[in-house]
Design a protein around this ligand. Structure first.
Ligand code: ZN
Ligand code: ZN
Length: 168
């Protein structure tokens, strides 16, 4: 068994629509390499910085993803190597394992589809698009209603549209 701690740059942008690990950002790998009968079992965690946009207010989201990974890499000459496809079980090439696809898949799957800047982010005002958390609490677009008109409107019921086209 061997413990490996390594920091590697992200291989390109890893991401989904609203959240991503920018290319070149450091991915921290904390892994254990275990020799098993058929090959090498790699397990541990990947920690990656996540940048994104809040799904409600589109403000910046800065987060960190910690992802568990586990993958068996089979020896080049082994029963596992003979009985599985390469995309099911990884292969050792000489004494190297290619962790990139494993790390890439694990990180992308762990990214939030709808990241939030804060759990209680109130999002945008549906009328003006302003950020509600930055607007005064009483922010509203409803015109101030004169109480006398309000009473009248209630009695009159919904206003009917009247055609203004001339009918000759
Ligand atoms: Zn937000
Ligand atoms: Zn508004």
């Amino acid at each position: 068994m061997r413990a490996v701690h390594r920091t590697v740059p992200a291989p390109g942008v890893l991401g989904v629509e609203l959240a991503r690990v920018p290319a070149g950002e450091p991915l921290e790998l904390d892994l254990r390499l275990e020799s098993v009968v058929e090959g090498v079992l790699v397990s541990g965690t990947v920690t990656a910085p996540v940048a994104g946009e809040c799904a409600r207010c589109l403000g910046p989201v800065v987060d960190r993803a910690v992802v568990d990974v586990q993958e068996l890499f089979a020896y080049e000459v082994s029963a596992t190597e003979e009985t599985t496809e390469e995309d099911e079980v990884g292969r050792l090439v000489g004494d190297l394992v290619d962790l990139e696809p494993v790390v890439r898949d694990a990180v992308v799957l762990a990214l939030p589809l709808a990241p939030l800047c804060r759990d209680d982010c109130r999002g945008l005002c549906p009328d003006c698009g302003g950020v509600l958390d930055e607007l005064p609490a009483e922010h509203s677009h409803a015109p101030p209603v004169d109480p006398r008109w309000a009473a009248l409107a209630e009695r009159a019921g919904p206003i009917r549209t009247v055609s203004t086209e001339s009918q000759e």
